[in-house]
Design a binder for this molecule. Structure first.
Ligand SMILES: [Zn+2]
Length: 161
């Protein structure tokens, strides 16, 4: 795992793992989602950006190994299983799985905190009344608040510890 050149807190997910990539971003992992360009392009991106590859493709995982790039084979049926598998792999290798603040699940941009007054008219009235803390993606402008998806994320986060 602690192979030279790989940053263990950054991931690149293959094209089959888009929903996992979105959840990992929301959990606070810098994660890109590689949709086009094939295995070779994904490997090149992993090397250049020093990312750990997440893939369900054994051939890609093997090719990564040959290039000395860390790849975790994702075999679980659900994203929850996959998050557990990532945590287990890091534990086995004794590498801390450090999270940062949540990123935008859509684009991976950084989130900035907003107050209720800042989002007036931009979110449904019921949401505005029920919540105090809001977040805005600095890159794509999407707004977030701690609604039902937040609770799901917290249960997903428990799989990391
Ligand atoms: Zn965004």
């Amino acid at each position: 795992m602690r192979r030279r050149g790989t940053d263990p807190t950054r991931f690149v997910a293959d094209a089959m793992l888009g929903s996992l990539a979105r959840k990992l971003r929301a959990l606070g992992f810098d994660t890109t989602y590689y949709r086009t360009g094939g295995d070779q392009g994904l490997l090149d991106a992993a090397v250049q950006e020093r990312r750990v590859i997440l893939t369900s493709d054994r051939a890609l995982a093997a090719a990564a190994g040959k290039r000395n790039v860390t790849a975790l084979l994702m075999a679980g049926r659900s994203d929850g299983d996959r998050v557990s598998a990532i945590a287990a792999a890091y534990r086995r290798m004794g590498v801390p799985l450090a999270r940062s603040d949540p990123f935008c699940s859509l684009c991976g941009g950084e989130l900035e905190a907003l107050r209720r007054a800042d989002v007036a008219g931009r979110v449904p009235g019921s949401v505005e009344r029920r919540h105090r803390a809001f977040f805005r993606c600095a890159a794509c402008d999407k707004l977030y608040w701690r609604g039902s998806h937040w609770k799901k994320l917290r249960s997903l986060a428990r799989r990391l510890s």
